[in-house]
Design a protein around this ligand. Structure first.
Ligand code: GP9
Ligand code: MN
Length: 605
């Protein structure tokens, strides 16, 4: 039975990223499980086998959830994220595609361990009742022992002295990790202090990047805004070909003329994926790790891009080919300044691919809505067809796949990403046809990665395709393409930028006034001298990218045990060189959280 338990734990720690500490974790976890079993076996309660079974199955289910979650998010499950079960149930394809067969070992030992417990439990009591073997300790002694054990355990889990050694050696152990998480989300939250509004502004002044030049100011002033967030669309696709076929011919063509292309642009999403990309782009604020801002801070007051345009007389609407209440968009868009939302149920659904309405159909229907506007408009379109697990009818697949890549997520991704580009071609043609092209600013950007480097052997396929190691610098890089027909402005901006910078960037191009007292955490990326983006998910809080350094904090969220490297060369950089930017990232993340928690844009709560 011990062998079964050990295999279960080995598989668990292997699947949530084996490190040098994992062996120690296996010993600690096994020790705790055996202590629970021993403790319960020793009591003479009628239903102790049932109690043990419930606890043990519960532990196993949580381990399985951790493994699934880790595979997708590079993090174990938190109590703050239990809400996500609802979304998993809605997108079962992605859940099934995330399942790793070996994780079944987490459940295989359950009958063996429970059976063992039953026998052992009976013996214990028998021995006890006939007064043999057991050392009969006094009740007082047992209380002291139990309290001391719990106190030491909680001390290690909560780590009140912030010891790096404790955090390092026990940080990801199953019981310690989940106890610490529960503590952080209960006591930790209740005891957290707000930062005064003035202090928030001064931290922003000291830390948020700020471009002071005003090149290209107002070149798109008064135009219609067509903003398209592209599902799972990564930057490596641009100007690339696979097996002799150009992957994104339409976007490549756009980039050649009247376009500003940002080729070092990053996704800075939190746990709300697509919805967080939207939020960050529209508001220049950072999302959070707990869940999507659209739900957590649905009732806050915002003053992002749509609100600024509304004040200039623009109509505002969003179009998306999936269920209206997904990511709580239906409820949240009003607060974002988006007046009308056309979701799946409001649109023609005759052309479905994968999860929802095909991009081509959504774009065509969106242009029809644009045509009906009587004032300049802000249209926000969120694409969908390129969604994980990237399944599409064979007849839509146009990329010939090499034998070595057959039946991979990577190959499927190339197909749906290529389709994304085809649909963009249809959109551009339709805009021209309807006379909406010349007087618009058309913005495309990716929401997040499609190919997680830790899933589906993507590192192998991508490594071969890119001819370099597939790391976060490539995985989190999505394109930002701003097309301003007839502007005569064609350039590539390579200074680092991210979704956090979209609002101030568009504001400059459209000459939208942003006053000094607005909470803006990004900068105008056209005029940026130095880039800076802080991360929230995948690379956790404290991680960042600058023009020549990327830093990933360790999973225990300890600065010293993170890693830093040059994103251009992949060369390692001493971690200490990252400290100043790490502090900047923490400062920006903290003020962003404070702005949301205190609803500061709405004047505070
Ligand atoms: C759903 C779509 C996909 O409406 O935006 O969301 P994702 O799973 O990528 O966050
Ligand atoms: Mn998405």
């Amino acid at each position: 039975m011990l062998a079964f338990l050990i295999v279960k734990l080995l598989v668990y720690y292997y699947l949530i990223d084996w490190t040098i500490y994992s062996l120690l974790y296996v010993i600690i976890s096994a020790g705790i499980i055996l202590s629970i079993a021993g403790y319960l076996a020793g009591i003479s309660r009628k239903h102790k086998a049932v109690i043990f079974s419930i606890i043990y199955i519960g532990i196993s289910v949580l381990m399985f959830a951790d493994v699934m979650y880790f595979n997708y998010y590079n993090q174990t499950v938190s109590v703050a994220q239990l809400w996500q079960i609802k979304n998993v149930a809605k997108v079962p394809q992605s859940f099934v595609a995330t399942f790793i067969p070996v994780s079944i070992f987490i459940f295989l030992d359950i009958p063996v361990v429970i059976n063992f417990f039953k026998k052992y439990g009976k013996n214990c009591v028998k021995e006890h009742s006939i007064g043999k073997v057991r050392i009969n300790r006094s009740r007082k002694y047992r209380y002291i022992r139990d309290i001391a054990f719990a106190a030491v355990f909680i001390f290690i889990a909560v780590n009140p002295v912030n010891s790096i050694i404790i955090a390092n050696t026990t940080g990801e152990e199953f019981f310690v990790n989940h106890t610490a998480d529960i503590y952080d989300n209960t006591v930790g939250r209740l005891t957290k202090k707000d930062i005064d509004e003035k202090e928030v502004m001064s931290i922003i002044d000291d830390n948020a990047p700020d471009a002071d030049a005003a090149e290209l100011k107002g070149i798109a002033q008064g135009r219609n805004v067509i903003m398209i967030q592209l599902e799972a669309f990564q930057n490596f696709l641009i100007n690339a070909s696979y097996n002799g076929v150009t992957l994104t011919p339409n976007l490549n063509e756009l980039i050649k003329n009247d376009t500003i292309y940002f080729d070092n642009f990053y996704s800075n999403i939190g746990k709300g994926n697509t919805a967080d990309a939207e939020f960050s782009a529209l508001n220049s604020l950072y999302p959070v790790i707990e869940r999507e801002i659209y739900t957590l801070y649905q009732d806050n007051t915002y003053d992002g891009l749509p609100w600024h345009l509304k004040r200039q007389g623009y109509s505002t609407f969003a179009v998306h080919g999936y269920e209206g209440d997904f990511w709580n968009r239906r409820e949240a868009y009003g607060g974002q300044g988006i007046d009308k939302y056309y979701a799946m149920e409001d649109l023609d659904q005759s052309d479905i691919i994968g999860l929802g309405i095909s991009d081509e159909s959504v774009y065509t229907q969106a242009v029809d809505i644009m045509k009906k506007q009587t004032s300049p408009f802000f249209s926000f379109i969120v694409s969908l067809t390129n969604h994980h697990p990237f399944e599409m009818d064979e007849n839509l697949k146009e990329i010939p796949i090499k034998e070595e890549d057959e039946d991979s997520k990577f190959a499927n991704y190339l197909q749906t990403a290529h389709y994304t580009d085809t649909a963009i071609g249809v959109l551009i043609d339709k805009l021209k046809e309807e006379g909406l092209y010349d007087n618009s600013i058309i913005i495309f950007y990716g929401d997040h990665h499609g190919l997680n480097k830790d899933m589906d052997d993507n590192d192998v396929y991508m490594g071969r395709f890119l001819k370099k190691e597939y790391d976060y610098d490539e995985m989190l890089k999505v394109p930002l393409i701003i097309h301003i027909p007839g502007s005569g402005v064609t350039k590539t901006v390579s200074v680092v930028s991210g979704q956090i910078d979209i609002f101030p960037t568009i504001a400059n191009l459209m000459d939208i006034e942003i006053s000094d007292d607005e909470y803006i955490l990004g900068q105008d990326a056209v005029n940026a001298k130095e880039g800076f983006v802080a991360f929230t998910a995948y690379m956790l809080r404290g991680s960042f990218v600058t023009d020549d350094m990327m830093y990933e904090i360790s999973r225990e969220e300890i600065f010293e045990t993170g890693r830093a490297w040059n994103p251009k060369t992949g060369e390692e950089i001493p971690v200490e060189d990252a400290r100043k930017y790490y502090e900047k990232a923490i400062a920006l993340k903290t003020v962003s959280e404070q702005i949301l928690e205190q609803d500061l844009i709405g004047g505070g709560n």
